[in-house]
Design a protein around this ligand. Structure first.
Ligand code: PEP
Length: 254
């Protein structure tokens, strides 16, 4: 069975005190309420990474994630954080190619290819984001090819052994932080297309790759989204800042 994952993307939110409170609530609730085979990932702003891991060391299914890494291993890049630095803080996962970074920081498919290589070289599991804009969706055709193209351009240079470590997150840009959610039919259509696309390059391995849905997921819509055969969990923004909502979303997993 594919890994079932609910990852929380805190984005640029949470002071230290707020972060500590949220983590301890999530860990306590996870102990009692979340299935042992459900993987929870907390993708915090970088300053939280130093202490966060110690707070859930006793909880085997809770992991630590960063929200980005640099494409180089080290150097004079003020303000940036490399994959080796993240690994030294025992980070497990790293979000790459979030649409906010693609838009505000002009991250290209080519740059994300290099970031993916850095993440994998340092034993970080990339949560690789892809997704189409509202205008691409409204054009009515070509959006599936566009999203598959993002995967081709940034990931299809990987060996099968490397690709097996990657988690994909399909995040329609029009659904992120907008309150609009893809319908379960729209999510399933894209997830199945992505899996077929991955199979065209990596064969059977495609059935082992976890593909998460992201975009205004919440406790009320998670059960329907997660019931889709090709949806293996979620990347959760706003709702990951509330422990009750985040855990209720995780409980909706198959
Ligand atoms: C995200 O930023 O990855 C995301 C899915 O955000 P939200 O859940 O708030 O739409």
């Amino acid at each position: 069975m594919r890994k079932q994952i609910v990852a929380g993307n805190w984005k640029m939110n949470m002071t230290k005190e707020e972060g500590q409170a949220l983590i301890s609530e999530v860990v306590n609730m996870a102990k009692d309420e979340v299935k042992a085979n459900t993987i929870l990932v907390l993708c915090t702003p970088a300053p939280h990474l130093g202490y966060a891991k110690r707070m859930f060391q006793s909880q085997a299914n809770v992991f630590l994630g960063a929200q980005d890494c640099h494409e180089k291993a080290s150097g004079a890049y003020t303000g940036e954080i490399s994959a080796p630095i993240l690994k030294s803080f025992e980070v497990d996962y790293v979000i790459l190619g979030h649409s906010e970074r693609r838009e505000y920081f002009k991250e290209s498919d080519e740059l994300l290819k290099a970031k993916t290589d850095q993440a994998l070289a340092n034993n970080l599991i990339p949560i690789f984001c892809c997704g189409e804009s509202l205008s691409q969706r409204q054009a009515g055709s070509g959006f599936i090819e566009f999203v598959c193209g993002q995967i081709t351009n940034s990931l299809f240079h990987l060996s099968a052994e490397q690709f097996a470590k990657v988690v994909i997150a399909y995040e329609p840009i029009w659904a992120i932080g907008t309150g609009l959610t893809a319908s379960s039919e729209q999510a399933q259509e894209m997830h199945a297309a992505l899996r077929k696309h991955i199979a065209s390059k990596y064969g059977e391995l495609a059935n082992e790759i976890s593909i998460l849905y992201g975009g205004s997921a919440k406790p009320s819509n998670a059960p329907e989204l997660f019931a889709c055969p090709d949806v293996d969990g979620g990347l959760i923004g706003g709702a990951s800042l509330k422990s009750r909502d985040f855990i209720d979303i995780a409980k909706a997993l198959k």
